[in-house]
Design a protein. Structure first.
Length: 174
């Protein structure tokens, strides 16, 4: 029996075409892409080489996913996704750019990670603001005080619905 040995086996990551590699990584979370880049030199090099294409594909996939989720709603909140913030705060164009617009600005994975961190901070801040406003209202308003002094289950229900509603109204303006 003959065995064929063609030399060391080539890594599947190396054989994968760039366009397929980019789409696969675009379905990952940004933190996972960063972790993957730390696993070996080959992946670090491929991710670095295709960083802008991965970041743009990542945003495009999120934009398409958000549009599919909100196609049934009449008035979707524009702040429900990272894509909205990415359009509000595009990266600055390169120093050598001639155009006035952001057409030649390129998103990097680090820039998208910063945008995600900012969005999570906005969500947390809106929760704390809503929590404070609802708690203050329930403790100080005479009509609401009756709800606050009622049963624990009813109080928790009113409180959670109040915070949820207030936070949604705060995030809508973001």
């Amino acid at each position: 029996m003959h065995s064929f040995h063609l030399g060391p086996k080539e890594s599947p990551w190396k054989r994968l075409p760039d366009n397929v590699f980019v789409v696969i990584l675009a379905f990952c979370q940004i933190d996972d892409i960063a972790s993957l880049a730390l696993t070996c030199r080959l992946l670090h090099h491929r991710i670095s080489k295709n960083e802008f294409m991965i970041a743009q594909t990542y945003l495009n996939l999120r934009r398409l996913d958000w549009a599919k989720q909100n196609e049934d709603t009449i008035d979707p909140s524009p702040g429900d996704d990272l894509t909205f913030i990415s359009e509000l705060f595009p990266p600055p164009p390169p120093q050598y750019a001639v155009g006035d617009g952001h057409d030649d600005a390129e998103y990097s994975l680090a820039y998208i990670a910063d945008l995600e961190r900012c969005w999570k901070t906005c969500i947390e801040l809106s929760y704390h603001m809503a929590d404070h406003a609802v708690r203050h209202h329930l403790e100080t308003d005479s009509a609401a005080r009756l709800l606050w002094l009622s049963s624990k289950t009813e109080r928790e229900f009113v409180y959670s619905k109040g915070v949820e509603s207030t936070q949604a109204k705060l995030l809508y303006f973001v």
